[in-house]
Design a protein around this ligand. Structure first.
Ligand SMILES: [Zn+2]
Length: 334
């Protein structure tokens, strides 16, 4: 049964909805996971969720955060490389049907470079873009990646130059995700595929207080991401959810006709549905389910097995080579 409209209070947002351009919102949260004030709103017309106002200037935030944390001499600990390498293998699995022949690929938000290195070592022509100088310089030095330093929003890649573009857990951090999707569409070749992975706002695997995060300026569910893609001229294929449904991956192809339809970007009942899920994700419900305990046990197991593994290997590239080979990954040229 759908919840009634009374779950939605009425406020105005400071900025228009990035999907449907309305200002009619409801307050979904007032605190971030760190306990700081963070006004999170949901658009009553389409269900897009965002921090309003943004808690920081996004580009400044990334520069400052990383400068403070890494002082431009980023060098990740082995346990983080191991974890990121396993994540990279999982990502590879999701799209391996797209990698059967040599492709020209752009990885947006390359981070520590583990996924890009996996693609490069598979023989693909790999380009990356990463705004953080420390990360970028590290992954160029460690893995020999072909990287641009900067934000995708400002990048100057040639139009229609990529067979495949991947953007893992980046879109929710950007100040204008619709603009980013339009930009990526323009960079894709006509038959190209865009892979987008974001956290799922409908997930209940995290503790309730962890739902909203200063770094995640936008929060999507399947409906809002599919529709934003459509507005940007991208057709979504079937989504892939992580086991705990905390993340969703969408593969988009280019719409043949880029003319936007005159219909509004209203999504019926989506705001009510998301609000209902978020507001019912209470501590009582969460801790009476098995989810937090399974999550805790998995993390304990991961922590112990990482220590055992890392004791045997220390150089980050060797560590990645080892886990990629153990997973059956073949290093080759097409
Ligand atoms: Zn909207």
């Amino acid at each position: 049964m759908m919840p009634s409209n009374s779950i939605l209070n009425s406020e105005n947002s400071l900025m228009p909805c990035n999907l449907c351009e309305n200002h009619d919102v409801s307050i979904l949260g007032t605190r971030s996971r760190s306990g700081n004030p963070l006004r999170t709103v949901i658009c009553k017309h389409c269900g897009l969720v965002w921090s309003d106002p943004f808690p920081h200037d996004p580009k400044h935030f990334y520069a400052e955060e990383y400068r403070l944390n890494y002082k431009n001499t980023y060098s990740p600990k082995s346990k983080h490389v191991l974890r990121a390498g396993k994540v990279a293998l999982g990502r590879y699995q999701k799209i391996k049907h797209l990698l059967e022949e040599k492709k020209t690929i752009l990885d947006v938000g390359t981070g520590g470079g583990e996924f890009a290195y996996l693609l490069k070592s598979s023989g693909h022509e790999l380009f990356g873009i990463e705004p953080n100088k420390g990360y970028a310089e590290y992954s160029v030095a460690e893995y020999g990646l072909n990287l641009h330093i900067g934000f995708i929003q400002d990048s100057q890649f040639s139009l229609e130059s990529f067979d495949l573009i991947t953007i893992w857990h980046v879109l929710e951090h950007t100040e204008d995700p619709f603009f980013v999707l339009c930009k990526l569409r323009d960079l894709l070749k006509p038959q190209g595929v865009l892979v987008v992975e974001v956290p799922n706002i409908e997930a209940t695997c995290q503790t309730p207080k962890s739902t909203f995060h200063e770094a995640h300026l936008f929060n999507f569910n399947l409906e809002t991401l599919v529709k934003m893609g459509l507005k940007a001229g991208l057709i979504a294929q079937k989504p892939i959810y992580s086991e705990d449904r905390g993340n969703m991956t969408l593969l988009f192809s280019k719409a043949l006709d880029c003319v936007q339809p005159a219909e509004s970007w209203f999504i019926a009942d989506n705001a009510e549905r998301i609000s209902h899920l978020v507001k019912n994700h209470t501590n009582l419900n969460h801790f009476f389910s098995t989810k937090p305990y399974i999550r805790f046990l998995k993390r304990m197991y991961r922590s112990v097995s990482e220590k055992v593994y890392i004791n045997r290997l220390n150089k980050n590239k060797r560590l990645l080579d080892q886990i990629y080979q153990n997973a059956g990954h073949v290093y080759h040229e097409y």
